[in-house]
Design a protein around this ligand. Structure first.
Ligand code: MN
Length: 305
């Protein structure tokens, strides 16, 4: 069937080269003062995914028919936030140990520390590198002892297993970030690539390739964390905190493809899709990111043969 869709190739379960996992929680967004709705992200993401993406893409060299893609379902939405984080870390660990690449769809950006923590547990921690594609730095302190959507990367940088020099903030926007937070990241040897730096250097994907390439010198396990609010509000209005400026939809798709194609990328998460604010445009972009990530992984397989 020449017009088979990606969705038809996805099997339920946890065994695959790419394993989709949903994190339907927005309590972390609410704790951070954001708008609720991201808990509906995984459901709506799957709705749009069912309507997008041919297996045989005549425009691309890759063919998705040889990829094994699984859908492991969601972390229970009924769990309290902290238990949901623990369950998420455990599920991501199991997928990594079985050799799959987890693609985790949130939910709030608080999912990213449990995801990173799973990687630090499974792999040689000094070989773990992290890129946060985000308008914000997300290094706020915990609130009343609770993790939230703005604290993930402080938790990561405070984790004694993680080496701060293996961290890059990508496409952050100075107008939405505090100076003390930028100073904090630099004090931990992390790097910040501002949106304006990226725009001056030309195409965003070129800067992204350089960032991953830089980390890959020392790190064999890369985690790309993608907050949809890094994309300009005209292309991704359905996020907890939309911005006017940002990456384009084309930049985002290129970054997803390149992440999939990079042999060291072993974990990807997608945060902050909030269909209560806007459903279709942002949902179609989220589905496209998954599709192009899969195309990238297919390209990886071909080059390794
Ligand atoms: Mn974020």
């Amino acid at each position: 069937m020449s017009d088979a869709k990606l969705w038809q190739r996805i099997r339920s379960g946890t065994e695959g080269q790419i394993v989709l996992l949903g994190f339907p929680h927005d309590e972390g967004v609410k704790v951070n003062g954001g708008r609720e709705g991201a808990s509906k992200g995984p459901d709506h993401f799957r709705y749009w995914l069912k309507r997008f993406g041919t297996v045989h893409n005549p425009e691309a060299a890759e063919d998705l028919s040889s990829l094994a893609i699984a859908d492991a379902g969601d972390i229970s939405a009924k769990l309290p936030l902290e238990e949901a984080h623990a369950e998420l870390a455990s599920r991501v660990q199991s997928i990594l140990k079985a050799g799959g690449i987890p693609f985790v769809v949130g939910g709030g950006n608080d999912q990213s520390y449990p995801n990173a923590s799973a990687l630090l547990t499974c792999k040689d921690a000094k070989e773990v590198g992290v890129v946060n594609v985000d308008a914000h730095l997300d290094v706020r302190p915990l609130k009343d002892g609770r993790a939230h959507s703005g604290s993930s990367f402080r938790q990561l940088l405070e984790d004694p297993r993680f080496h701060g020099e293996n961290f890059i903030e990508f496409a952050a926007q100075g107008s939405q970030c505090g100076r003390e937070h930028a100073d904090y990241i630099r004090s931990k040897q992390g790097r910040i690539l501002w949106l304006s730096d990226i725009e001056q250097q030309g195409h965003a994907v070129d800067s992204f390739q350089a960032s991953l390439g830089n980390l890959a010198w020392d790190c064999s396990c890369l985690f790309v964390s993608f907050d949809l609010d890094s994309v300009a509000g005209c292309d991704a209005p359905g996020v907890s905190c939309p911005g006017i400026l940002g990456l384009s939809a084309k930049d985002a798709v290129s970054i997803a493809y390149y992440s999939g194609s990079h042999p060291s990328v072993c974990l990807f998460d997608l945060s902050e899709y909030n269909p209560l604010i806007e459903d279709e445009r942002t949902g179609r972009l989220a589905a496209a990111l998954f599709y192009y990530f899969c195309l990238g992984v297919a390209a990886r397989k071909e080059t390794s043969l």
